[in-house]
Write a protein that binds this ligand. Structure first.
Ligand code: B12
Ligand code: SF4
Length: 439
């Protein structure tokens, strides 16, 4: 049996420059699963020029992508169904998980809405004929009724509560690693070791993944994974790397044990940490740096406690300058994440600008608060949305009417980014980009 595994990426403002370009780690997991079933899989990802192999007719096509690519996924399903009518079309992944009803279309056969990879395993075995009955948990199945119309057998929700047994196949990582980047950092491989997030920030899609059930990291496994991949940097994409002091101690112990057994691993991790952790566990930052923590991505979101409370962020804005200072002291690089709301006025923009300048933050992203399809926030404001185009839900567009005139809002939003041009890292990145274009 042969299958295609495809990541569909929509062209957005973000993809114009691709400041962060990484392999699709989800396809590495799907490929490992196919290997286990002795299924030959072909990875397709336009970003890296990986196109459909010539002369192969797949028995199944597996499609995945984020919210912004929803229409492209549906379009591609239609095209694949026309070109390979005998192939089963399967969709799944983070966006499908909470939006399964949007994918129950005629050109799609299976809509997988679970983090549990054994669901896909069953589906593939079913398609191959090894399974006569497909368990309904985690998957909606299209059935053709006697009159030729489509019926959907809806699968129950299926949540995982233990870490996945399957390790990603790193063929894709090795193939594209030389072309990956995180801004100025080149050769970056993704790693993952948690499922979901233990926090409950109001605006966030991630807290809903896996039915809101959070599965903790195994740091021994994480480090084993990191060491298996040749890359200058490893970006740990877990929503929080260390959620508590105990997590940090567990990670440090796993690192120490590895060093004793196999020698110093010498790794450079980019990972998400919360500002409250950084301040509270400041005495561990030096050790964490020595044990591979090179850069942290911190979701500050806002600079005032009223907004943070509305977001249920559970952090204190008064701690933020300290958190930034502590990272600087320990030579841990920072990417700061901020959110601006459509109801921002001039004063709010200028407050954020002042915060960025006075704390000398030079690498940051600013997102426009965007309700993501599949969340309660999205439902609550759906009648106020000014667009339904999924591409616009990329955090760089207004999908709700702003308080300020739109042009003024965008002008202020983009001018907040200007300071980044002064950043050494951003200038290095732009220089690298220019050299790539020239060569
Ligand atoms: C790293 C990252 C990126 C990377 C790309 C990484 C990649 N893998 O390609 C970059 C920086 C490029 C990126 C860009 C964007 N991202 Co992003 N990103 C992430 C992040 C932090 C981690 C994703 C990841 O790589 N996880 C590792 C993989 C292995 O885990 P996974 O995707 O969950 O896959 C597992 C399961 O879901 C399952 N699975 C996955 N696919 C499939 C398919 C099938 C068929 C099956 C059965 C199972 C399955 O198996 C995997 C193994 O367990 C998430 C946050 C998060 N918590 O997930 C946001 C996140 C995925 N991004 C998000 C968004 C919105 C974007 C952007 C659209 C906007 C933006 N400005 O960030 C752009 C899109 C650019 C584009 N053109 O596509 C949203 C998606 C929301 C949604 N409903 O889709 C998330 C959830 C963050 C958020 N703010 O809510 N992103
Ligand atoms: S914003 Fe970060 S900490 Fe909050 S729920 Fe989302 S991933 Fe977790």
């Amino acid at each position: 049996m042969k299958i295609f595994l495809k990541k569909i990426r929509s062209r957005t403002l973000f993809s114009l420059l691709d400041p962060v370009r990484v392999e699709s780690l989800e396809l590495c997991y799907l490929q490992a699963l196919s290997d286990n079933l002795s299924i030959e899989s072909f990875v397709i990802d336009d970003l890296f020029g990986l196109t459909e192999p010539q002369g192969i007719r797949p028995q199944a096509v597996v499609l995945t992508g984020y919210n912004t690519a929803e229409r492209e996924i549906l379009k591609e399903a239609e095209v694949y169904k026309k070109v390979y009518p005998e192939a089963k079309i399967i969709v799944g992944g983070l966006h499908v998980e909470l939006n399964r009803e949007s994918f129950r279309r005629h050109d799609i056969d299976f809509v997988i809405h679970s983090q549990d990879l054994s669901v896909l395993e069953n589906v593939l075995q079913f398609v191959r004929g090894d399974l006569l009955e497909l368990p309904s948990a985690g998957v909606d199945i299209r059935i053709v009724a006697e009159d030729g119309s489509d019926l959907w057998r809806e699968g129950t929700r299926s949540v995982v509560d233990t870490p996945p047994m399957i390790r990603p196949n790193r063929k894709l990582t090795s193939l594209v690693c030389d072309r990956t980047r995180y801004l100025d950092k080149k050769t970056v491989a993704l790693v993952k070791s948690r499922i979901g997030c233990p926090y409950q920030c109001d605006f966030c899609y991630c807290k809903l993944i896996n039915g809101g059930v959070h599965v903790k990291s195994d740091y021994h496994e994480l480090l084993r994974d990191v060491l298996e991949i040749r890359a200058n940097y490893h970006w740990l994409v877990d929503d929080v790397f260390l959620a508590s002091r105990q997590d940090a101690l567990d990670y440090l112990q796993a690192y120490e044990e590895l060093t004793k057994a196999e020698g110093e691993p010498r790794i450079s991790l980019i990972a998400y940490l919360r500002a409250d952790f950084i301040v509270k566990e400041r005495d561990l930052l030096g050790k964490l740096k020595a044990c591979g923590l090179d850069e942290v991505i911190v979701g500050f979101e806002a600079t005032g406690n009223c907004e943070l409370e509305e977001y249920n962020k559970q952090t204190n804005a008064l701690d933020y300058p300290k958190a930034i200072e502590l990272l600087r002291e320990h030579d841990i690089e920072l990417t700061a994440l901020f959110i601006v709301r459509p109801d921002y006025g001039l004063g709010d923009f200028s407050k954020l600008n002042r915060f960025i300048v006075s704390n000398r933050i030079d690498t940051y992203t600013i997102s426009i608060l965007t309700p993501i399809k599949g969340t309660k926030n999205y439902q609550d404001v759906s009648s106020q949305l000014v667009t339904n185009d999924p591409k616009k839900f990329d955090f760089l567009h207004l999908v709700l009417e702003p308080r300020l005139p739109r042009t003024v809002f965008y002008l202020l939003f983009y001018s907040l980014h200007l300071r980044m041009l002064k950043s050494r890292r951003i200038r290095t990145y732009l220089w690298q980009l220019l050299s790539e274009v020239k060569s």
